[in-house]
Design a protein around this ligand. Structure first.
Ligand code: NI
Length: 227
């Protein structure tokens, strides 16, 4: 499932993030690449674990934790600290698949990447190109969202970022391990949870059928989740 989640950060929060990262030192994006993606990638990144990346990354993780939609869709178990990238002057990231396993440098923190996310930190009208193109079950999706919005997609998808031909595209990206490894099971749980919320809002949460459906949601989660 590919899902756009609006307003993870407010415009004011985006501006504060940009103030910090725009002043930081950027390095060649291939610092985090595997062998195949190093050939495909041409961009700049904040160094992993740099003070700016930690500060802004922490604020992003807090914001993700506050988003009921994000939590329902991702069912996150472990989120790798966010990275930041910048594309300009024709830079792009050609087609690749994200690495399955991510280990944090100098630590034993390791995740299986089930989901990838891009949080846009530049308004779409400020640059040309820079679409995130993801091949999902229903074909190729081209994604370019307002600043502060996030797109979540399976890490197993082939994807690329088209060349940025005007302006600069700044974004944060992250990988996460979900409590539910299988994308199909996770999608069913998300759709069930969304429907239960809608029914609850319409009929009140005390409706016995809504209570039974909520029970089914949790019993499926018990069956499928690792935590
Ligand atoms: Ni990627």
């Amino acid at each position: 499932m590919l899902l756009a989640i609006p307003d993870i950060l407010s415009k004011a929060e985006v501006a504060r993030c940009r103030e910090v990262i725009d002043q930081a030192e950027w390095i060649d994006g291939n610092a985090t690449s595997g062998h195949q993606s190093a050939l495909a990638k041409n961009n700049l990144q904040l160094p992993e674990g740099s003070p700016a990346a930690r500060q802004v990354g922490g604020a992003i993780l807090d914001a993700l934790g506050r988003s009921a939609l994000f939590v329902s869709a991702a069912l996150p178990l472990k989120v790798f600290p966010p990275f930041f990238n910048r594309y300009s002057g024709g830079q792009e990231f050609r087609t690749h698949v994200d690495n399955a396993i991510r280990q944090m440098r100098g630590s034993d923190f390791r995740i299986r990447a089930d989901l990838s996310a891009t949080l846009f930190l530049t308004e779409p009208e400020d640059y040309d190109g820079g679409e995130l193109s993801v091949e999902d079950t229903y074909g190729v999706q081209q994604i370019k969202l307002p600043a502060g919005h996030l797109v979540l997609y399976p890490s197993s998808s082939l994807h690329h970022v088209t060349p940025v031909t005007r302006g600069a595209r700044v974004a944060s990206f992250m990988w996460m391990q979900s409590m539910v490894r299988d994308d199909g099971q996770r999608t069913l749980l998300f759709e069930l949870d969304t429907s239960i919320r809608e029914l609850g809002a319409r009929d009140g949460h005390g409706d016995p059928a809504v209570v039974r459906l909520t029970g089914i949601y949790h019993n499926l989660l018990r069956r499928w989740a690792d935590c």
